[in-house]
Write a protein that binds this ligand. Structure first.
Ligand code: KIV
Length: 301
């Protein structure tokens, strides 16, 4: 947690300026390539304080990490969503820590500016704070991660406290927690209704108090996310949580249209990589079949 993380918020504070407004000032920002070092928790805290929004993306490999880092994405998450985007599982539940370590190393090695957050997979931290510590240590020492993320609110406070007190940067994750999909009974919006909303807020405040430097809010009503973002002094990062969060995160294969189908309602597809790759593969196969490839240009004398 940064030094300023637990200061009270002024409920009368003016609304956050639009991201473009903040980015247009001459203040140093998270964007713009002006920094020759990695983004830190202090940068993210400062961004919250001046109302500058930022986008986090998942990344699971060298090439996507290079591209996103060069594009100015300040935080890359080696998410356990690798389970259903890289490793071929139906959900994130089966993902093992050992499977995320080489992916984390690749993303850290290929990036220069981004903070790289390693996700603690299901079963690697719930049993005890000590288990969480040993797993987080592996992500940091073997994977090179600069921060770790874990799912859950008040129930993981002892874990967050131990990690943060040990000097680790810890990101929380509440609302829909996909590792608990079977316990929850599906991918459903969380925090609807007054009581459920209060529970989400209590979880967020508990994580902040325990030392988290940021909290992901997944699949919660936009008004609730806005309220949590106002009440927390640390940044909130929304996914399916509306525009009132301090930052946003998307799974990169959703964002770039590599996954099949439109995906959930909150996903905006910024490209059609699936269509582009599919057309390229089909054209290549046809070229080989018809003898158009390789041509003289692609051959050695
Ligand atoms: O694993 C992941 O990609 C995540 C994001 C959806 C926040 O946890």
């Amino acid at each position: 947690m940064s030094e300023t993380a637990n200061q009270p918020t002024d409920p009368q504070a003016p609304p956050k300026p639009a991201a473009s407004g903040a980015a247009a000032t001459s203040e140093p920002t998270l964007y713009g390539g002006v920094r020759s070092r990695r983004v830190t928790v202090r940068d993210l805290q400062a961004a919250k304080e001046r109302g500058e929004r930022w986008g986090m993306l998942t990344s699971y490999d060298m090439l996507s990490a290079q591209i996103f880092d060069e594009a100015g994405i300040p935080v890359l998450l080696v998410g356990d969503s690798a389970g259903n985007n890289v490793l071929g599982y139906e959900t994130t539940v089966p993902v093992q820590l050992e499977e995320l370590l080489p992916l984390t190393r690749a993303v850290v090695g290929a990036s220069k500016r981004a903070m790289v957050v390693g996700d603690l997979p299901f079963g690697s931290y719930q049993a005890s704070p000590e288990q969480a510590f040993m797993s987080a240590l592996r992500l940091i020492k073997e994977g090179g991660a600069h921060a770790v993320k874990l799912e859950g609110g008040r129930r993981v406070v002892p874990q967050v406290e131990l990690l943060a007190n040990s000097g680790m940067a810890v990101m929380g994750h509440i609302g829909l927690t996909p590792q608990s999909v079977h316990g929850i009974g599906g991918f459903r919006v969380q925090g609807r209704g007054e009581d459920a909303g209060e529970q989400v807020l209590a979880d967020a405040l508990a994580l902040q108090q325990a030392g988290a430097f940021a909290v992901v809010l997944e699949l919660v009503p936009a008004t609730l996310a806005e309220r949590v973002s106002r009440e927390l002094t640390i940044p909130t990062i929304g996914i399916g949580a509306g525009a009132g969060c301090d930052a946003q995160v998307l799974v990169w294969t959703d964002m770039a249209g590599l996954n099949a189908g439109p995906g959930p309602r909150f996903v905006k597809r910024y490209a059609d990589l699936r269509g582009t790759l599919s057309a390229a593969a089909a054209e290549y196969a046809e070229d080989v079949r018809t003898g158009r490839y390789p041509s003289a240009e692609h051959s050695y004398t």
